[in-house]
Design a binder for this molecule. Structure first.
Ligand code: SF4
Length: 376
């Protein structure tokens, strides 16, 4: 206590008065740490949202990417049918339970149609009998005019029944044909063994749709777009195969032409990697590979979600952002390979005006399948 008293007294007597400085006190600035590790994939606030279909189209050809962006269509996870193809096919079923249910329903309809057909045949005999009875009564009563009127009416009825029988036969034939097709699908579906490829396979594997379905995957039809707000990426696969925490996105593509078979192209790897990324982000599941299903068949190819497809996806996303940001600044060249134009839906021309989507947008005439009839 004593020491503190003398110390304060000495301070008061001998210390210099404090003159306030005119400089403002130094400010403490909150310095944000430099984001050295900010991923190149994270989109800036002004970067456009890229849909997965835009991403794939831009990988195919930057002009196709721009058209896709300007049409502002949401991704639906499947390609347009091939230009020029018009053959009708029986609808394919992708779930065994639904296929079985449809066959049962069809069997009921066929039984019902048979009943109608037999009633129609019976009614012909009844109408013939009625015609004879009317003729006999009219003769007996000597009322030939009434007999003629009734006979004419019966004639019309007979004609109507006859037409109904022909329609009924044609409807029964088409139902039998449809049931035959569905039974073929069903027999094929149950004949395929269950198989799930290793999750870490590195090369695409050819599969049947039923390999995975028979292995216990459930088919889910996504309604909403999946979104990654950090990367400004949105997309919706055609279907998703779900088993536990595994999510396999499915993309349905048009069949390849010529001798390309089931060959995959860069845009398929990019697209499937983007879907796998979105599913892992939004559903917090594992998405080790995607599935490319050929339209009108059960033939599929896996697309592994591995470092090489991830890199292709990342590079393509950055490239797509650049393409969209530079609309009106740069004029992208057409696809380097003209085969790409020939098989591109944007080169499809109006029959009379010869106008095409790509031609109108970029003021040129893209090569089209009509120039190359030998492909068909
Ligand atoms: S027609 Fe050719 S240039 Fe035009 S979008 Fe298609 S591939 Fe690209």
């Amino acid at each position: 206590m004593k020491r503190n008293f003398f110390y304060r007294l000495a301070q008061t007597l001998f210390s210099q008065p404090v003159i306030p400085s005119e400089d403002p006190p130094p400010q403490i600035i909150n310095v944000q740490p430099l984001q050295k590790n900010r991923s190149r994939m994270v989109a800036d606030h002004n970067d456009p949202w890229i849909s997965v279909s835009l991403l794939a189209e831009n990988t195919y050809c930057p002009r196709a990417g721009i058209i896709q962006f300007e049409e502002n269509l949401e991704d639906v996870g499947e390609e347009d049918m091939f230009i020029g193809s018009g053959q009708k096919q029986t609808e394919l079923f992708y779930e065994l339970a639904r296929l079985k249910q449809t066959i049962d329903q069809l069997n009921k309809t066929i039984r019902h149609s048979w009943k109608i057909f037999l009633w129609l045949v019976a009614s012909i005999f009844i109408s013939l009998l009625a015609a004879n009875v009317v003729a006999i009564i009219a003769n007996a009563l000597n009322a030939s005019s009434i007999g003629t009127i009734v006979m004419n009416l019966l004639g019309f009825l007979y004609l109507a029944i006859f037409i109904a029988i022909i329609i009924s036969i044609s409807s029964l034939t088409s139902k039998y044909f449809y049931r035959h097709e569905l039974k073929k699908q069903y027999n094929y579906a149950i004949s395929v063994h269950a198989y799930i490829p290793l999750f870490d396979h590195s090369q695409p594997i050819q599969l049947s749709w039923w390999n995975l379905m028979n292995a216990g995957f459930q088919l889910v039809r996504p309604i909403e777009q999946y979104r990654d707000p950090k990367w400004h990426l949105a997309g919706r696969p055609w279907r998703i195969l779900v088993r536990g925490d595994v999510r396999i996105p499915v993309f349905r593509r048009r069949p390849n032409r010529n001798d390309k078979g089931n060959r995959l192209f860069k845009q398929h790897f990019v697209r499937m990697a983007a879907y796998c990324h979105l599913l892992e982000k939004c559903e917090h599941g594992k998405s080790p590979f995607g599935l490319v299903l050929e339209k009108g068949t059960y033939s599929c190819v896996t697309v592994p979600y591995n470092p090489s497809s991830k890199k292709a996806f990342h590079d393509s996303l950055i490239q797509a952002r650049k393409t969209i940001c530079n609309i009106g600044v740069l004029f992208p060249p057409p696809a380097r390979n003209w085969q790409a134009c020939i098989f591109c839906p944007h080169s499809r021309r109006e029959r009379y005006t010869m106008a095409s989507t790509c031609g109108n947008r970029f003021n040129w005439i893209p090569p089209n399948y009509r120039d190359q009839q030998s492909y068909y």
